[in-house]
Design a protein around this ligand. Sequence first.
Ligand code: DX5
Ligand code: ZN
Length: 215
Amino acid sequence: MPLIAPSLLAADFLQLQAACDMLNKSEADWFHLDIMDGRFVPNISYGPMLVEFFRKTTTKLCDVHLMIEEPGKYTKAFKDAGADSLTVHYEACPHLHSNIQQIKSLGMKAGVALNPHTPIELLKDILQDIDLVLIMSVNPGFGGQSFIPHTINKIKRMREMIDEQLLNVKIEVDGGVTLDNAKMIVDAGADVLVAGSSIFKTINPTQTITQLKAI
Ligand code: DX5
Ligand code: ZN
């Protein structure tokens, strides 16, 4: 049974309290919070201030996905805002090990995200230091895009690499996840499904979460 991490990016920002209430009452496991800086990705979302508000509404794990350059400059700010887990992009971190050490020293779970073109093999020597690999199944920056099919092979190979090393690293898949492709993604080895549009743009988001959970 996968963990479900709804992405609040797809919520109606004028109704955020209602969105949080719905998620809190639902079977969702994590709040997935997408931070975009307009540099690493061509879009700007929100920062630690909003994470702090989300933190106040929920006891569920706040899973913060940083799509920003120089994430090390903001690690403490997101910790102070209440992030439980902080994921940085491989492509934004020339000193990735140092970023991971910083995240862990502040008591958060550490994740590394890979863009669709980035090979999973590049994580071989950091895997033992992290809690989570986030495999992007769309190009980061926007919700509502279509799942890139070849990502499935990356998920399978990532699962093999983690299992070969007998590690307890979760695989999270983010982008274009729907009720139609969720089973294929879980069968490939995903532990955590991020879903934005396929939850918030449906008539009954709570029911969609239940259905994703039952995949
Ligand atoms: C994309 C973000 C995703 C996004 C997913 O850059 O990282 O978390 O919100 O949205 P959907 O599920 O609509 O693809
Ligand atoms: Zn995300």
